[in-house]
Write a protein that binds this ligand. Structure first.
Ligand SMILES: NC(=O)c1ccc[n+]([C@@H]2O[C@H](COP(=O)([O-])OP(=O)(O)OC[C@H]3O[C@@H](n4cnc5c(N)ncnc54)[C@H](O)[C@@H]3O)[C@@H](O)[C@H]2O)c1
Length: 436
């Protein structure tokens, strides 16, 4: 059977502002991408979350990735009905790819998105996966679902592509419109189209991966590499704690060597670094390789919350009243997914301490619903804590004066600085200090 010409070309050999793009899943990744693409193309965003779509229509992005003026000024449209994406020449899927209770890839949201897109797929359309997956998912999982639900032939009547997303939530420098975009397509012609499309959205340029599996693999090792490097620093930190040396002091010193890698110890939570290595390890297992280093790194990083809580407990005098500053999985984002601060809270509470938690960026309702934690509204008027733990390096906590911190504490209280944010802060001599 003769191939269908990709619909994105619309009779010409270049894409145009009439090219219709649908972005499926409007979260941390999908929304900024859709807004960037809408500067050059006709973009519609589809999400199954009614509340999210309603907020976006009113110009509110609760992830803080797109500001209200940019959202309101964007020409993109929003829908909860996948049928509204029927005309799309290119569908881009940016739905979650979490792991299940056993740390196995949970591809259900991705499969559901493929079923939805397959139901409206037109001849000649391209489906690009942007969700993080292990090598093979786009062609071997998504392709067959799309073919079955659309009745079209993969590679002949519709086409696949993969383009990993590299954004870093809260990072306002490496944004989707500035970073190098890796693209891959099922055919050279499809890759050309995707190079055109993403090239219009980013000033960082594009990189053509050799093929789809290569692009999928590149994404998972980018994050697995970070995880392993952090695990190494976390293991070194555990050793230094026993030796009575600060890891931050050691890293600052070692960092003066030209080729020393700059990683800091701490909690590895969130939706990417702590999850994606499991995707690679799963695929490795399927082909008969035990991903030893990758899984050891995961185990070390997963144990860090308990390690930190135990160290802080060892520095407390009796049952204590503790204030934890920060709950999100990283600094300056509202994202609570897979936050490892929860591990610290659980261990300290199990040890009998009273633990209060504050985070001005996290959604109070989400903290209650998903983590069973009641967030304290405000730091003003808080008094009498035996310990204050700096758990997340939000700018607001970096900016706290020593007097403001001490005002919340008892006279010989403990300041526990997990992120090294108060290393240069001078407290009164009676305040006790602990840091990694
Ligand atoms: N958050 C990041 O910084 C980041 C960075 C790089 C890659 N990624 C990857 O990108 C993907 C998306 O991550 P995210 O952080 O944007 O997730 P997210 O949870 O913020 O957003 C996903 C959105 O998809 C919607 N959704 C779920 N199932 C759907 C379906 N069947 N149809 C339509 N919409 C659906 C959800 O309602 C949600 O709004 C994941 O694979 C993740 O690993 C994330």
């Amino acid at each position: 059977m003769a191939r269908t010409i990709p619909a994105a070309l619309d009779g010409s050999d270049k894409m145009s502002s009439r090219t219709k793009i649908s972005v499926v899943g409007l979260g941390y990744v999908g929304l900024p991408l859709a807004v960037a693409l809408a500067r050059s193309f006709d973009v519609i965003g589809f999400d199954v979350n009614e509340a999210r779509v309603s907020e976006l229509r009113h110009g509110l992005d609760r992830t803080f990735e797109v500001d209200a003026p940019s959202l309101r000024a964007s020409s993109m449209r929003f829908t909860m009905d996948v049928a509204d994406t029927r005309d799309a020449d290119i569908h881009i899927i940016t739905v979650p790819t979490p792991v299940d209770q056993e740390n196995k890839p949970d591809l259900e949201p991705l499969k559901a998105a493929c079923v939805a897109v397959g139901g409206v797929l037109k001849k000649g359309a391209i489906v690009v996966v942007e969700s993080t997956v292990y090598p093979g998912v786009t062609e071997d999982v998504c392709g067959p679902i799309l073919a079955e639900t659309s009745g079209l032939i993969s590679g002949e009547e519709f086409y696949l592509g993969y383009s990993p997303e590299r954004i870093n939530p809260g990072d306002k420098v490496h944004t989707v419109d500035r970073i190098i975009k890796v693209v891959s397509g099922q055919t050279e012609e499809v890759t050309d189209i995707l190079v055109d499309m993403y090239g219009a959205a980013t000033s960082g340029g594009t990189f053509r991966a050799r093929n789809i599996k290569t692009a999928e693999a590149a994404k998972v090792i980018e994050n697995a590499q970070r995880d392993i490097n952090i695990a190494f620093v976390n293991e070194a930190t555990m050793i230094f704690q026993k030796l009575g040396i600060s890891a931050y002091d050691v890293l600052e010193t070692a960092g003066t060597k030209w080729n020393f890698l700059n990683f800091t110890p701490g909690l590895v939570g969130g939706h990417c670094i702590g999850i994606d290595p499991f995707y690679l390890a799963h695929r490795a297992n399927e082909v008969g390789h035990f991903a030893d280093l990758i899984l050891t790194g995961r185990r070390i990083n997963e144990s860090m919350g308990k390690f930190i809580a135990d160290r802080i407990h060892a520095n407390l005098i009796g049952t204590s009243k503790i204030l934890i500053l920060g709950l999100t999985f990283k600094e300056n984002v509202p994202d609570l997914r897979n936050t490892k601060v929860k591990d610290i809270i659980t261990v300290l509470r199990d040890l009998g301490h009273q633990v209060d938690v504050h985070d001005p960026l996290a959604d109070k309702g989400d903290a209650q619903q998903f983590l069973d934690i009641d967030l304290i509204e405000s730091l003003s008027d808080l008094r009498g804590y035996d310990a204050i733990i700096g758990a997340v390096a939000h700018s607001v906590y970096r900016d706290l004066s020593p007097a403001a911190i001490e005002a919340m504490m008892v006279e010989e209280g403990l300041v526990a600085d997990i992120k090294g944010i108060w290393r240069d802060t001078v407290f009164s001599p009676q305040i006790r200090r602990w840091q990694l």
